[in-house]
Design a protein around this ligand. Structure first.
Ligand SMILES: [Ca+2]
Ligand SMILES: [Ca+2]
Length: 274
């Protein structure tokens, strides 16, 4: 009889282990299904994606198209770079003599016009799953998985629209755009002039850039727009700085005109420009 009781206990133990394992298996299967039905990433909420995309009625299809529209249509008759105020041609050449900019190091890139993302793509990517984790569709022809900007451009509709959003793009001297990299804006002590007369400072060690006073409000209002439109968060410290910049550099006529021109093309305006 003692033996029977022992066997019974062992049986109950085995059955409970099988039940627990089956439960785990079920949980994992359910998780897998959720991943594959959402398709691209595991943290994008479809309702949120839909809501965000509705805010930009006519999104720009590619970065190449966005650049062309920016240089030729938005800045028509106002062909001046954002940070340094240099004249530029619609074909993408910068006249450094018009703004007394001397290249820091790369003369070729300095003469080249580039479209600067005021909120960098890196900032946009920080809260997107495609950036850190990749996505199902992010596999190259050799079967190797990739993530980061390339994956987000391929898999994440919100990232794509935000990346090509004209409100966030500004024509810039190529070298300045390159040096700013994905650094945050802030104040840098001293008044170093690495680009001749252009009052743009970069601190590579602190990963920070200080823009000229006359564009600080434009930058602040662009960040506020990106946050409101796409839910890309801004840190408390950055918000305080941008609120001060929004006041110290108020909206001017050109900023209003630019907003109107973008609204005509993209279908939405920056509500912080009044
Ligand atoms: Ca400074
Ligand atoms: Ca301004």
């Amino acid at each position: 009889m003692k033996n029977m009781a022992f066997i019974k206990k062992v049986l109950i133990f085995i059955i409970s282990i099988i039940a627990a394992l089956y439960g785990l298996y079920q949980q994992n299967t359910t998780k897998d299904t959720t991943q594959s039905t959402t398709g691209k990433t595991i943290t994008q909420n479809p309702a949120e994606v839909k809501e965000i995309l509705a805010r930009v009625p006519k999104p720009i299809g590619s970065f190449g198209t966005a650049k062309k529209i920016l240089y030729r249509e938005i800045y028509k008759g106002h062909q001046e770079t954002f940070y340094c105020g240099c004249d530029f041609t619609t074909t993408g050449k910068v006249y450094l003599g018009t703004c007394d900019v001397t290249p820091r190091k790369n003369a070729k890139r300095a003469k080249q016009l580039e479209a600067e993302h005021v909120m960098p793509a890196y900032h946009m990517g920080q809260n997107r799953a495609c950036w850190a984790q990749g996505a199902e569709v992010c596999v190259d022809s050799k079967g190797k998985k990739f993530k980061g900007r390339k994956c987000c451009e391929k898999s994440d509709e919100v990232f794509k629209v935000a990346h090509n959003d004209l409100h966030n793009l500004y024509p810039a001297v190529g070298e300045v755009n390159g040096d700013r990299s994905n650094y945050k804006f802030g104040m840098i002590s001293g008044e170093k002039r690495a680009y001749g007369q252009c009052d743009f400072e970069v601190d590579k060690d602190a990963k920070r850039a200080e823009p000229p006073e006359n564009v600080r409000g434009n930058i602040a209002r662009t960040y506020f727009y990106m946050e409101k439109t796409y839910n890309f968060p801004i840190s408390k410290q950055q918000r305080q700085l941008f609120e001060a910049w929004n006041k110290s550099d108020p909206v001017d006529d050109w900023e209003r005109e630019r907003n109107k021109r973008i609204e005509k093309i993209q279908g939405n305006k920056n509500p912080y420009i009044k």
